[in-house]
Design a protein around this ligand. Structure first.
Ligand code: ADP
Ligand code: MG
Length: 315
């Protein structure tokens, strides 16, 4: 896969059109190092949809007719969604509508009852173990509560995916983890702290560093600014935008934070009535809500007051 968003990566040799082979150890090493050192802002990527079409690559995430229920509770009833390469897509919806369930379906933690989920063009229900492992290295996840291992230091937490998927010398792994730490704006002395010793904002950043450990192409974020004070949340928004611009990431961000939506999201998908009822730019949805919940959300007093900044490239 190549394109405007792949500047920081060594080229992959596609085995199938629009796809990449499972990387060799050297390629993994190159990829990890390239990502870790890719802290020079690049030009803003071409509009995501245009980039997708131009390089003929399949969308990084495509969901078709997804059904999911827990007992008698129907969570999704025919949900469709397409995420463009290189975009920051916000997922919004009322509490309990299934935003986190959708994220967990997409990363393979929950099996759909019916329907199809394609990641990088692969139907996740039909993946071999090898393909699944390859996809696991191409995506990172920041769970709602950070989900750091409490018994491990920040450095060790960041190294968990590296130990699981790569075979790197200790020294290099340490250097890479320190670079990831710097990329998310944490000071070097945070490396040896334990999650319990960190503030909420630092824990989120440490979780993000771990999500970036393998230099992924997609990052899934579940309520990244929840629990942060307004300044911490605004800083985190800018960090997400900067990382997306610098690394060419595709970001799938579950959020209810209107400021985040207007500051960083290219598009917003609205989850209601057990499906995605609307998808579009934040401004377009605010201008033309087309659904009672969206009207309430975007045109209520908080929606009207949400700050409307151009996407930032520098924190
Ligand atoms: N593993 C599970 N077992 C049973 N019910 C679940 C499970 N995970 C989520 N749910 C239910 O699915 C619904 C959607 O949950 P969730 O995705 O967490 O909502 P939110 O949109 O707030 O993130 C909720 O009613 C929740 O209780
Ligand atoms: Mg949730």
């Amino acid at each position: 896969m190549s394109g405007a968003n792949d500047r920081a990566r060594p080229p992959r040799v596609p085995k199938h059109p629009g796809d990449a082979p499972p990387p060799s150890r050297q390629a993994e090493l190159n990829r990890a190092a390239a990502g870790a050192f890719a802290n020079t802002p690049t030009k803003k990527a071409a509009p995501a949809e245009k980039a997708n079409k131009a390089n003929g690559a399949p969308p990084p995430i495509e969901v078709c007719n997804l059904h999911k229920r827990f007992g008698s509770q129907v969570v999704f009833n025919g949900l469709d969604l397409k995420v463009h390469r290189g975009e920051i897509l916000g997922i919004v919806g009322g509490s309990g509508q299934g935003k986190s369930v959708l994220l967990r379906c997409l990363i393979g933690l929950l099996p759909p009852d019916r329907g199809q989920i394609k990641i990088f063009g692969h139907d996740v229900a039909k993946l071999s173990l090898k393909q699944r492992l390859d996809i696991d290295t191409r995506r990172g996840v920041l769970f709602q509560d950070g989900a750091l291992f409490g018994a491990l230091s920040v450095l060790q937490n960041i190294q968990v995916p590296m130990r699981e998927h790569l075979d790197l010398p200790e020294k290099l792994m340490r250097e890479l983890a320190m670079l990831k730490l710097a990329m998310v704006g944490l000071p070097p002395d945070a490396a040896h702290k334990f999650p319990a010793d960190l503030s909420g904002g630092m824990r989120k950043r440490a979780g993000l560093a771990r999500a970036l450990a393998l230099d992924p192409e997609i990052v899934f974020l579940d309520e990244p600014t929840a629990g942060l004070d307004p300044i911490g949340a605004a800083d985190f928004d800018l960090l997400i935008r900067k990382l997306q611009t610098t690394l060419g990431l595709t970001v799938f961000m579950v959020t209810h934070d209107l400021d985040s939506i207007f500051t960083v999201c290219d598009r917003v998908a609205v989850l209601a009535d057990q499906k995605i009822v609307r998808i579009g730019s934040p401004l377009a949805l605010r201008r033309d809500p087309g659904h009672p919940w969206i009207k309430e959300y975007f045109c209520g007093i908080r929606g009207r007051n949400a700050r409307l900044h151009p996407p930032a490239t520098k924190p």
